[in-house]
Design a protein around this ligand. Sequence first.
Ligand code: NAP
Length: 302
Amino acid sequence: MTTLIQQTHVSVLGLGPMGRALASAFLTAGHPLTVWNRTPGRADDLADRGAAVAGSVGEAVASGQVIVACLTDYEAVRAVLDPPGADWAGRILVNLTSGEPAQARALADWAAGHGIGLLDGAILTPTPAIGTPATALLYSGEREAYEAVRETLGALGGTGTYLGDDPGRAAAYEVALLDLFATTVHGVAHAFALASAEDIAPEDLAPFAAGIGGLLSEMVTRFAGQLGAGHFPGERSTVASAATTIGHLITAATAHGLDVGALTAAKNAADRAVAAGFGPDGLARMATVLGGEGAGAERAAR
Ligand SMILES: NC(=O)c1ccc[n+]([C@@H]2O[C@H](COP(=O)([O-])OP(=O)(O)OC[C@H]3O[C@@H](n4cnc5c(N)ncnc54)[C@H](OP(=O)(O)O)[C@@H]3O)[C@@H](O)[C@H]2O)c1
C-alpha cells in the first residue's frame, strides 16, 4: 500500500542566487512550489522541475502555506509585501533576507499589524550548502510560527537554530557574524594587495596566509571564554605589541599608496586600549574598547 504524504506548499519570493537555491531545495524535498520574481525569466529551470511560476506576489501568497521571502534587503521585502494584496489567513511568512535587527523588529511589527505570522531568519552559509548537511540557519520570532514551519524548513538541510521570540535576534547574530566575515575578507584582500606591492606573487603568499586563517577558530573560542570571564591574560601576545605592529603595517602600506582605513581604525582602537591601561592585556581586551554598551564592555568594567 502506498501512503501519500501531503507536503506543505511553499512559495518563494525572490529568485536571486539564494532564492533559487532555496527553491531548488524545497523542490528536491518534494514540496509543491510556487515561485515569484520581480524580473521575469528567472524561473525556467525551476518550472521544468515542476514549480509553478506566479505572475504576481498576491498569486504566490495565495498559492502557498509557507511564504519564503529572500530578497536583497528589508526595503525590498516591504516594497513587495506592503500593502498585503492577498489573504494571509493560515499562512506564515519566513523572511530569509539579510538586514539589521531593527529592520527585522519593524517587519515583525508590520506583520503583527496585518495579522501575518512571521519567522525571521538568517542564512549563514553560501548557496552551494543549501539543501545539504552543511547549511546553517538561524531563526527568531514567534515560537508558534517557528513550530508551524520547522519541519518544512528542514528541506533546507543542515542545522536550523531557533533563538527565541525577539524577531531581531537572528539578524543580530547575522550582523555580528557578517562583521567578522566582511573585515576578514577585507584583511585577506589587503594582505594580497600589500604582498603584490612588495612583488610577492599571490600563490607564494597563500600557504602562509592560509596558516593564519587556520588560527581563527581557536582564537574565537579563546576570546569568547576570556570575554565571558572578563579576564584577559597577556601571556601569548599583548595589546601594546599589536599597536606597535599595526603601526609598521600602516607605514609599509602607505609607502605603496595603499588604502589604510581599516588598519588605521585598528591602530586607533589599540592605542585607545593602551591609553586606558590595557597595554599588557591579551588581544581579546580589544572587544571592550570599541564603544557601545556590549557585554564585553560591561563584563570588563566589573
Ligand atoms: N548569495 C548568498 O550566498 C547568500 C548567503 C547568505 C545570505 N544571503 C542573503 O540572501 C538574500 C538574497 O541574496 P541573493 O544572493 O539571492 O541576491 P540579491 O542580489 O541580494 O537579491 C536578489 C533578489 O532580490 C530581488 N529584489 C531586489 N530589490 C527588489 C525590489 N525592490 N522588489 C522586488 N524584488 C527585489 C531581485 O529581483 P530582480 O531579479 O527583479 O532584480 C532578486 O530576486 C540577501 O539578503 C543576501 O544577503 C545570500
